[in-house]
Design a protein around this ligand. Structure first.
Ligand code: GDP
Ligand code: MG
Length: 163
């Protein structure tokens, strides 16, 4: 299917970890062009018999804070055009950062569904801390530990329901 899910967010929140997990579990095909540095990775995932494309954004290198922020905004805008649903990933261990708030502002203007994914929710203490992210104002929140895979099933159920 042409249904596309994009994972966006600032660096180090765990986007690629989730991307790899989604592909690994769902028998994915990653179009790997070796030797080419790309700012997006594409893969195919499957859940509940539904197949969809997954885009991992932000594999870029930036040499200044300015370029860095501009690059993240650019990636989010491209994803907003390419994807049918946006997974906005944040990190419970840092809480809401200024960059998260910037990305949230961009995503609120999207006509596409946005799922806020709070990652690194590895234990019940972090589950409590994650409640902070409701203040960003998105309707759909998911609490994940991409490293262990906990929470990914609920997220994928909601994604598959849109296809
Ligand atoms: P990206 O820059 O957003 O793609 O983030 P990465 O996927 O590269 O992950 C950044 C770091 O966070 C790595 O050291 C990951 O192992 C770690 N990480 C990712 N997911 C989790 C998680 O659920 N829990 C914990 N504790 N660490 C995680
Ligand atoms: Mg990454």
């Amino acid at each position: 299917s042409g249904f596309t899910v994009a994972i966006v967010g600032r660096p180090n929140v765990g986007k690629s970890t989730l991307f790899n997990r989604l592909l690994e579990q769902r028998k994915a095909i990653v179009d790997d062009v070796s030797g080419v540095t790309r700012d997006r990775q594409y893969g195919i995932a499957e859940w509940n018999g539904k197949t969809f494309n997954v885009i991992d954004t932000g594999g870029f290198v930036a040499n200044s804070e300015d370029v860095f922020e501009r690059e993240i905004r650019k990636q989010v805008k491209i994803a907003m055009e390419e994807a049918n649903v946006l997974l906005f990933m944040c990190d419970v261990t840092t809480g809401i950062t200024d960059l998260d708030a910037d990305v949230a502002d961009l995503l609120r203007r999207s006509s596409k569904p946005v799922f806020l994914v709070v990652n690194k929710v590895d234990n019940s203490e972090r589950q409590l801390e994650a409640a902070e992210f409701y203040s960003l104002g998105f309707d759909k929140l998911f609490f994940l530990s991409s490293i262990s895979g906990s929470g990914t099933g609920e997220l994928l159920d909601e994604v598959a329901a849109l296809i």
